[in-house]
Design a protein around this ligand. Structure first.
Ligand code: XMP
Length: 424
């Protein structure tokens, strides 16, 4: 995207807990803005040619943020400054400040973004070819459609089916991209090789590592088969950049994102079409591009997939059981209209526990599944959703009636912290 065509606001983040909130509000006014740390040099700020600077101090959290002061040279730039620390500006007051005081035009729209993103991919890749790892999520889907508009057949999209996807997902993704966008995915059925590598492995972090590494191996092979395109298209999003930039955020689990940059393939360049967008902006772009809502509003799904929702060793049998149970639960959540809000993420877990039950007067000894639904904005903290009891009852009855390997259904009523969202 050629950001230079838009009037820009720079939000200086003083480590406030809601550091991205101001940026989102400003962008909602169709004004382009970027977030920089309060320690950013004058040079770095001026490189963006901002028309205004916003101080985002927000509420204090543990460490005092109000006491911090911007570098003296920021004040010396002579740009209009909006300090969010003191009065609580409403959107109208903010808008007046930007348009009337700073003369900023509100021209940063979804349509403008799409047009500029396509142009920018074309400019970067030139006559070259590009490769994209499609995960089926909204970020890589938007990248695929934008890159396909820009490059046509010079784009190769690879979908690695590691056998850890949800029920029907690989087929659905391939169908949507083929039928609706004319994008032929190279779907790689890699279930057998992933499960072979994972045989006997029970430690969650080992599982993540194996899945991440095997993904890269498969992707390298596909890159070779496609004649090693020069460019890699990646769905990096703005929060990844902001959060990895300066707060040294604590990480509880190693997040091996499927689609991570393979180290061994020598790409001439990395293309990141949505790296300045927040998640809700990507969903807007997806909708404008005609990507169906099942993908545009898909709940986050971890790179290692069901691999971290099937406790202990992974086998095809156990994964198939989990796929059935998970599909029943998700179906009921969607039927009740609870997806997105309040259920930011909702899924089933196949526990390693088996217990005694009774069916048709006979004793059973079968799996316990756990259902989990959480509300969260940033996925760093989350609250379990107080789902209606009659919904839980319906789900439980359907699971035990349709999946004979399961005789007990429990609902996870733990928030994060102290639990994490995923069980592994
Ligand atoms: P936790 O379990 O850490 O999850 O509370 C927070 C968010 O991150 C997702 N998650 C992952 N995503 N690779 C991913 O791409 C991973 O290994 C991974 N582990 C957790 C999780 O689904 C939730 O949205």
């Amino acid at each position: 995207m050629d950001k230079k065509t838009h009037d820009t606001v720079v939000v200086l983040d003083f480590g406030a807990i809601n550091s991205q909130a101001a940026a989102k509000r400003i962008r909602n006014m169709n004004i382009y803005c970027e977030v920089l740390p309060y320690t950013a040099s004058a040079e770095r700020i001026l490189a963006l040619k901002p028309k205004s600077i916003v101080f985002q101090r927000g509420k204090q959290c543990g460490e005092a943020t109000l006491g911090r002061e911007p570098a003296a040279d920021v004040a010396a730039m002579g740009l209009p400054i909006l300090d969010m620390g003191a009065p609580n500006y409403d959107d109208n007051a903010m808008q007046d400040f930007f348009t009337q005081m700073c003369g900023i035009s509100r021209d940063w729209t979804t349509e403008a973004f799409i047009e500029e993103a396509v142009e920018s991919i074309r400019a970067q890749v030139g006559e070259g070819r590009a490769l994209l790892a499609m995960s089926g999520g909204v970020d890589s889907s938007v990248c695929a459609v934008l890159a396909h508009k820009a490059l046509g057949d010079r784009l190769t999209c690879v979908f690695v089916d590691h056998g850890l996807m949800r029920k029907g997902e690989p087929e659905e993704v391939a169908r949507v991209f083929r039928d609706q966008f004319g994008i032929g995915l190279r779907s790689v059925d890699a279930e057998a090789r992933f499960l072979a590598k994972l045989a006997g492995v029970t430690d969650p972090e080992r599982k993540r590592k194996i899945i991440g590494e095997e993904f890269i191996r498969v992707f390298e092979e596909e890159a070779k088969a496609a004649g090693n395109p020069e460019y890699l298209i990646q769905g990096t999003i703005y929060p990844d950049i902001i959060e990895s930039g300066w707060d040294g955020g604590k990480q509880v689990k190693a997040h091996h994102n499927v689609g991570g940059l393979p180290e061994k393939i020598d790409f001439k360049g990395l293309v990141e079409p949505v790296k300045y967008l927040f998640k809700d902006e990507i969903r807007k772009v997806a909708t404008a591009l005609g990507i169906p809502s099942t993908i545009a509003f898909r709940q986050p799904f971890p790179g290692p997939g069901l691999g971290v929702r099937c406790i202990g060793e992974l086998t095809k049998d156990k994964l198939d059981i989990l796929r059935e149970v998970d599909a029943i639960f998700r179906g009921e959540i969607v039927a009740a209209g609870l997806q997105g809000s309040p259920c930011s993420q909702y899924f089933a877990v196949l526990t390693a526990n088996r217990s005694v039950g009774v069916s048709n007067d006979a004793r059973t000894y079968a799996y316990t599944v756990a259902l989990r639904a959480v509300t969260t904005v940033d996925f760093m903290t989350a609250k379990f959703v107080k789902l209606p009891m009659d919904l839980l009852e319906r789900v439980s009855e359907q699971i035990t009636a349709r999946v004979p390997q399961v005789n007990r259904v429990v609902y996870d009523i733990t928030s994060k912290p102290p639990a994490t969202i995923e069980w592994e």
